[in-house]
Design a protein. Structure first.
Length: 336
């Protein structure tokens, strides 16, 4: 999926929120900023030279994208901070003489400008290199491939174990209380998928480019597994109660009626909405996969998620299974 950083604020912010990628970009580019307060800063004059544009062009982007740039490190220095900064670089570098304030850009804000500038060939080349580095960093920190990046979340294993148990209750309910052939297991699994994330198994596998033998559920985030488990558990209980009440197995139309509008159920709606948002946003940011039916749910991936899936606290599935703390969690779940 091609990324046009100049057009997509969420794509830009996903890069800027990934501190591992930003550090790699900074190491690679080695841009000559002004070291102030332990951080590299750049003046408008320096950016204009770096990107071969006028200072008025930089000003234009500040005017249009001011809030975004401020959120990513653009700051106006005044008073003591301005004096300290000028003492470091001198007026010959800043070119702003005796002005009482001076706007400067952190490295992160500089990357932000590079992702916005459409008039600059240098910015275009930098955008291309940024995307290459992001891909490399994601693959490196995820252990070579992002297909199972969901499993690096410490919440994944408990959620998967819990969903496995509810799945068994659900398939038992289908066996015991639904009057339908063996195809019912695939049919109603897909109905739950469509209820939670609006795709059936085939659509999901196509979007994530999964092989035929790949288990779809092995790629789901903890929040999605929890949403599926909630519906499986509720549906299994409802099927059992209604079957006992009627004294017979249920017809497919009766089970369909239980599922109709479940995503609007006030108890389930927050869980399902959260699952859709997490799945749509993370898959676009981590896996470069677009769920078109969930496009309205796409948000910027927060910095905390990059730490959660790529940071030092995240671990591969093998590492988690060897962790005594994880095993204790499973023991508590088993003993419930």
């Amino acid at each position: 999926m091609a990324h046009d950083l100049t057009a997509s604020q969420s794509d830009r912010q996903n890069v800027l929120n990934n501190r591992y990628a930003c550090q790699k970009v900074q190491d690679h580019l080695s841009l000559p900023g002004v070291q102030y307060g332990g951080e590299a800063f750049f003046t408008k004059q320096q950016l204009a030279t770096m990107f071969a544009v006028s200072e008025s062009t930089i000003e234009k982007y500040l005017s249009t994208y001011g809030d975004e740039l401020k959120a990513n490190g653009y700051v106006v220095l005044k008073g003591k901070k301005l004096k300290e900064f000028k003492d470091l670089v001198g007026d010959t570098v800043t070119g702003y003489g005796t002005l009482s304030q001076l706007g400067v850009f952190t490295f992160r804000a500089t990357l932000n400008i590079a992702m916005l500038l459409t008039e600059s060939d240098a910015a275009r080349v930098m955008r291309s290199r940024i995307l290459d580095i992001v891909i490399d960093v994601m693959a490196e920190r995820a252990g070579g491939h992002t297909k199972y990046i969901n499993q690096r979340d410490r919440e994944y294993l408990p959620a998967a174990y819990q969903e496995f148990n509810y799945r068994k209750m659900f398939t038992d309910a289908l066996s015991n209380y639904l009057d339908m052939g063996s195809m019912k297991f695939g049919v109603y699994t897909n109905k739950i998928y469509q209820l939670v994330f609006r795709e059936n198994a085939s659509e999901y596998k196509r979007i994530l480019k999964l092989a035929t033998h790949d288990n779809l559920r092995d790629t789901l985030y903890a929040e999605v597994l929890k949403a599926i488990a909630s519906i499986e558990n509720g549906l299994a209980c409802e099927m059992k109660d209604k079957s006992h009440l009627l004294g017979r197995k249920l017809l497919p139309v009766e089970v369909d009626a239980m599922l109709d509008g479940a995503d609007k159920n006030p108890y389930l709606k927050p869980i399902i909405e959260d699952a859709r948002t997490k799945m749509a946003s993370r898959d676009k940011g981590f896996r470069d996969a677009l769920h078109e039916k969930l496009e309205a749910y796409i948000q910027t991936v927060p910095e905390g998620d990059f730490e959660r899936f790529l940071g030092e606290a995240s671990k591969s599935l093998e590492q988690q299974l060897a962790d005594p703390e994880t095993l204790e969690v499973f023991k508590r779940l088993k003993d419930r």
